[in-house]
Ligand binder design. Structure first.
Ligand SMILES: Nc1ncnc2c1ncn2[C@@H]1O[C@H](COP(=O)(O)OP(=O)(O)OP(=O)(O)O)[C@@H](O)[C@H]1O
Ligand SMILES: [Mg+2]
Length: 113
């Protein structure tokens, strides 16, 4: 199992969620976040050093998926989150040790099916 954390533009959330659902990846967690990446926006660099402390409003989508679904999950997020511009976001992937579905007590990859 893998955990996918995608930090994207809030305006892309609906499209990403629909895309994931259509790809049979319906389970996700969404967290409002603020952050900054490598590439400063035009307005930030234009206005000078003061603005480099300004954090961008983004949303983080968290999906725990089977190894089999990992590439699909990443592809769907990339297709739907992109404006082909800096600031489109980042995707991080982690190994997941275990998952437990509390209602059924099922553990492991069965718990996310
Ligand atoms: N290395 C990182 N660690 C943690 N969060 C990050 C990292 N890089 C980016 N982020 C988060 O992702 C958000 C979007 O990043 P962004 O797309 O601007 O990345 P970037 O590195 O600046 O690349 P780009 O040049 O495409 O803009 C940031 O606001 C921040 O919340
Ligand atoms: Mg950036």
């Amino acid at each position: 199992m893998k955990k996918v954390e995608a930090i994207i533009r809030p305006s892309k959330l609906d499209a990403v969620q629909i895309g994931l659902k259509n790809a049979n990846i319906p389970c996700l967690t969404v967290v409002p976040v603020k952050g900054i990446g490598l590439q400063k926006s035009y307005s930030e660099s234009y206005r000078g050093a003061e603005q480099t402390k300004v954090l961008q409003t983004r949303v983080m989508i968290i999906c725990v998926v089977s190894d089999e679904n990992l590439d699909t999950c990443i592809d769907v997020i990339m297709q739907n989150a992109s404006e082909n511009e800096v600031g489109d976001g980042k995707i991080f992937v982690y190994d997941v040790l275990d998952a437990i579905r509390i209602s059924t007590k099922v553990r492991g990859s069965e718990a996310i099916r």
